[in-house]
Design a protein around this ligand. Sequence first.
Ligand SMILES: Nc1ncnc2c1ncn2[C@@H]1O[C@H](COP(=O)(O)OP(=O)(O)OP(=O)(O)O)[C@@H](O)[C@H]1O
Ligand SMILES: [Mg+2]
Length: 216
Amino acid sequence: MWTDKRAERMINIKCNDRVSIFGRTGSGKTYFIIYFLLKYLKRQYRTVFFDIKDEVKGQIDYDIKITNISELDNYFITNQKKDLILFIPKTTDVDEFNDFCKIIYKQGDIIVIIDEVSYYATQFKIESWHRELIVRGRSRNIGLVQVSQRPRGISNYIISETNHFILYQLVLKNDIDKLSTMIPMDILNQVYTLTDYKYLYYNIYGNFLINDAIIK
Ligand SMILES: Nc1ncnc2c1ncn2[C@@H]1O[C@H](COP(=O)(O)OP(=O)(O)OP(=O)(O)O)[C@@H](O)[C@H]1O
Ligand SMILES: [Mg+2]
């Protein structure tokens, strides 16, 4: 799966970590989740993939597909497995998303992958239970993987709590500027030179590498 042994050693994501994946449309973010992250997390941790775009169901080996909050709540009451749950919301309603976050918070011991997080958390507004998940979820052993095309447009809570960054191609300077609060500029500048499907990995312990494209 890895073309680079350094990456295998370095990218060591734990259950309660905060991972952010950024990059322009089509750069490979969702592909990274499907062909690396889910394989890596599989059966190690209970995982929920919140797929607002409903685009991954044919590509991942999930245990159950759930489309509403009460079904998710019931499922948690009756099942405690380390399974992969695919959650596909029927609408982009923010209140439903807030309820989703609340249920996850109460549940604990889980990793949540939120693709297209900018639907719900902008630089101006974040839902209260989403914020709780980000800032207090770690003590409940909740991990978050949050994905967006534009770091500039999303909540500072997401950026400032991240400990692993996966950066695909980004072209706008204000996206880079926003990340410069967390990532040193000499490392960040390398994002401009990334070719197709390559990514820059950086963690807050100061480790970084440019990795080749993921191979299925
Ligand atoms: N490592 C890779 N090797 C080969 N093809 C890839 C790779 N990564 C992505 N692709 C191809 O590029 C297409 C777009 O990738 P992906 O859906 O992951 O983009 P994205 O960053 O999630 O875009 P969006 O922000 O629009 O959701 C995929 O359909 C896939 O075929
Ligand atoms: Mg995507």
